[in-house]
Design a protein around this ligand. Structure first.
Ligand code: 4AZ
Length: 245
């Protein structure tokens, strides 16, 4: 994230998706939604079926840096990638996938997923968590989980920038001066704080999807609105035998 700070709180459900063959291995964020499934953005993957490319990829949950050591609560390889059947890579519509873990994350609490399409209201304070770069053009992913606070923008404001075809009720846009998501934040949560003012007990509103650059004046960050997909998520989790793509 750009303009954020290190989150001094362990968030065990927060996922870092890594390609162990790359030098800077983290490439997308994600959210644990059950012991076996992590929610992320569809554009994190080139193809939507697991192939040899992804055998060297891992999901780390609750990754944090303590001095020079990278610690995490759980690590798993990827077993299956189930993406929304209507994902459109040219418009990024329905930018959402579920990744099945080979090793279930037993005993890790999953966050609340907002299912109310009327939430959040315009100009509400919301937060991003992410391991993405801190400046546009940087290649250095953050080993520390970072947080940045922003505000939701109106549909009109966001579609005026990106177009009415591009921005629909399936998105949530945010804006704040010099604060935004950036490379490596895709699939990470847009969220509200929990009633106890912690992030670990917060409510997930969206998944980081795209935007023009990072924190460029006048350009909101665009997110997949999670409430639209609550039913699809539930269906994949319940009926894992069905191949939805
Ligand atoms: C990315 O590459 C990315 N500021 C995500 C969000 C934004 C830019 C880049 C929007 O993951």
């Amino acid at each position: 994230v750009v303009g954020g700070s290190v989150l001094g709180e362990a968030v065990e459900w927060m996922a870092s998706i890594n390609n162990l063959e790359a030098e800077n291995s983290h490439y997308c964020g994600g959210i644990l939604v059950s012991a076996k499934w992590v929610l992320t953005a569809a554009h994190c993957f080139n193809i939507y079926k697991l192939n040899d490319t992804y055998l060297s990829h891992t999901v780390l949950l609750g990754k944090a840096r303590i001095q020079d050591d990278i610690i995490f609560k759980h690590e798993s390889k990827l077993k299956r990638i189930v993406c929304h059947p209507d994902f459109d890579s040219s418009t990024s519509e329905n930018d959402i996938c579920l990744v099945e873990l080979t090793t279930p994350a037993v005993g890790i609490k999953t966050p609340r997923i907002n299912a109310d399409v009327t939430i959040p209201a315009f100009k509400q304070e919301v937060f991003y968590l992410g391991y993405g770069v801190q400046l546009q053009g940087s290649i250095d992913m953050s080993d520390d989980l970072r947080v940045v606070n922003v505000r939701t923008t109106s549909y009109q404001q966001c579609s005026a920038v990106y177009g009415t075809k591009q921005i629909t009720s399936k998105h949530i846009c945010t804006y704040a001066n010099f604060k935004d998501t950036c490379q490596g934040d895709s699939g990470s949560p847009l969220m509200q704080l929990g009633g106890d003012h912690t992030f670990v007990n917060g409510v997930i509103l969206g998944l980081v999807s795209y935007g023009r650059g990072c924190a460029i004046p006048g350009f909101p960050g665009v997110n997949t609105r999670i409430s639209i997909y609550a039913k699809w998520i539930q269906e994949v989790l319940v009926n894992t035998q069905v191949t939805l793509n």
